[in-house]
Each structure stands twice: as C-alpha cells, then as structure tokens.
Design a protein around this ligand. Structure first.
Ligand code: ADP
Ligand code: MG
Length: 308
C-alpha cells in the first residue's frame, strides 16, 4: 500500500546540511508559529570590530585597550578577540593576569599581576592585585555601577548607530569603554522575508543592548525582540511565547542558547555551534546560513503534508 506519511528522509536532509536528531521535532517544524533567532553569530557575522574608544581623566586610548586586552586574555568571546586584535594592531604590550573568570552573558573579570602605569596621569594607576572587569550594560547592572556622564554619552551615541559598548572597570569605577560594530549577514534578510511569506513570525533574542537589538530588528524587519537577556533567562522568553499558544523554534549557536534550544518545540543549532548547543538541539544546521532554517520548514511541510 502507498504510505500515508512520507517520513522525513534523513539522508535528503543531510544532503541539505541538516542533521536531524529528533524526528518528532522535525515533523512539528511544519506548524511553527514563531521562530526565535539568537542575534550574535546567527543573524550577524559576530565578527566584531572596535570602531571607537572612550577614555576618562588620566587615561588614554592605549591604556584602556591594554588593560581590556589583559582582562580578556583567556576569553573565547568574539568581543574579547576584537579587543585583543586591536591591542595587537597598535603594538601594545599586554600584561598578564590571574584568576580569570568569564561571567556568562555579562563580561569577564581578572586580577592584574603587575603594576601598570597609565599614560598621562598617575604613575601606577593599576596596582598589582587590582581586579578589573570588562563587560557590557548587563555587567554594570549586575554590579550596580553608574558609568558616569561622559561614558553614558559615549554609549548613547554608539547605541544610536546600532553599536554595542563594553566598559572597563577598575575598583568598581568605569574608566573607559569601546564601541563595537557587528555586521548583519546578507542571508538574514532573505531568510526572514521567506519566513514571513510562509506565515511565520520572527523574533530575536540577545544579551546585547536595547539599542543594538532595535537597530538590527528594524534593519531586518523582525517582529519582536528581547534585548539584554541574561543566559539564564533566555529559556523563559521561549516559555512566554509558548504560553501564548504558539509553537516555537529557537535558532542559536552558543552555550548560552542551550536551555532555550531545549525548551523550544524545535531547537535548531546553527553553524559552528558549540557542542553544548548541538547536544541540546533537535536539528543541527551544518552551515552558518539562516536561510537553511527556511529549507528546514519547507522540508518538514513537504514530507508531512499528507498528515495534515
Ligand atoms: P548574545 O546573547 O548576543 O549571543 P552574550 O550572551 O554572549 O551575547 O553576551 C551578552 C553581552 O554580554 C555582550 O553583548 C557584552 O555586552 C557582554 N559580554 C559577554 N561576554 C563578554 C566578554 N568576554 N567581554 C566583554 N563583554 C562581554
Ligand atoms: Mg550568541
């Protein structure tokens, strides 16, 4: 007899760059109401570049970068890479640190090993044993630190250009900041337009600032966004959507995204995703191309049409 259901052809899926880990989820993909995308590294290239540096009294740009690069020495975050590359490009010698700690979704902390003098001002503005932090708005909120008028003005201006800001903190005081620009993937716009044509709403979830999230959403025509979301709160946003009777997919690549991938009805790990993201996903997209999410829904609709 002719089968009523054309089961998902996993080798066909694989040929299209999709590794199906959960067939039930793949079947559900045909009925999705909303697809939530992680921003950084998924909709954007995640290759951040430093476009501006802000200093405060007694500090110059190189001092700020030197100390930031020191604190970020052991971080794998794309922001850390951008900071280290800029320090390297300027030929700065970066001091070593100890007790490095990554504060997921917020920034990093480390303790400097040597006294460091700061350009124009005091001879050793940073003494051995000083703890420094580098992080974004989420970190400032967490530590309850006000960056002061000049850095706030710098952040507002960067924000209006859709750029993110990370601060350098010494002794609970913000002494400098850098503005970072990311690049939206060309494929993102196409993917979002196609999903809209298929009647699917598109949302974006990010730990990045409100300003950056708004700029990216407007640029891409995203329906809803959640900004400044801490890693531990990402899955709650999925639940909020599910409580509105929606069938929800999450697309992400990071360790941060794992709980949201697990929580979503369809969890999709994308590209060079971390092992944790891959383990938490129902489907893994091999390439880092958001248009493959469109292909995934199309394949699901085609394969399971006869069940509807
Ligand atoms: P996303 O949710 O966009 O993938 P993350 O959760 O990795 O981003 O980070 C959220 C925010 O936390 C970043 O935009 C940045 O402000 C801050 N942050 C995280 N890691 C670092 C780091 N190593 N250095 C500086 N800032 C960081
Ligand atoms: Mg990410």
């Amino acid at each position: 007899a002719v089968p009523l259901v054309v089961a998902i052809n996993t080798s066909l899926a694989a040929r299209n760059g999709m590794l199906v880990r959960d067939r039930i989820a793949m079947e559900e993909a045909r009925n999705l109401d909303t697809i939530v995308f992680d921003k950084t590294g998924t909709l954007t290239k995640g290759e951040q570049g430093i476009v501006d540096i802000a200093t405060t009294d007694g500090w110059n740009e190189d001092d700020v970068l030197t100390l930031m690069a020191a604190a970020e020495g052991d971080s794998e975050h794309m922001i850390a890479t951008a900071i280290r590359e800029e320090a390297h490009a300027r030929g700065l010698s970066v001091p070593s640190t100890r007790e490095f700690e990554a504060l997921e979704g917020r920034g990093v902390r480390a303790t400097v090993e040597t006294d460091i003098s700061v350009g124009t001002g005091e001879s050793s503005a940073v003494q051995q044993g000083t703890t420094v932090y580098v992080g974004g708005p989420n970190l400032l909120r967490h530590l309850d630190i006000d960056p002061g008028d000049s850095l706030t003005a710098f952040a507002d201006e960067a924000g209006s250009r859709g750029q993110g800001v990370v601060y350098l903190l010494r002794d609970d005081e913000a002494v400098g900041a850098v503005a970072l620009a990311d690049v939206i993937r060309d494929e993102s716009r196409e993917a979002i337009d196609a999903l809209h044509e298929m009647g699917i709403e598109v949302a974006m979830l990010t730990g990045d600032s409100e300003d950056v999230a708004r700029a990216v959403s407007e640029e891409l025509g995203i329906d809803t966004y959640f900004a400044e979301v801490l890693p531990e709160d990402k899955d709650e946003k999925i639940v909020e959507l599910q409580e509105q009777e929606q069938l929800v997919a999450m697309v992400g690549d990071g360790v941060n995204d794992a709980p949201a991938l697990t929580r979503a009805d369809v969890g999709i790990a994308i590209g060079s995703g971390t092992d944790v993201a891959v383990e938490s996903a129902d489907v893994v997209l091999v390439e880092n191309d958001p248009r493959d999410v469109v292909s995934l829904v199309r394949l699901s609709r085609k394969s399971y049409r006869k069940m509807q």
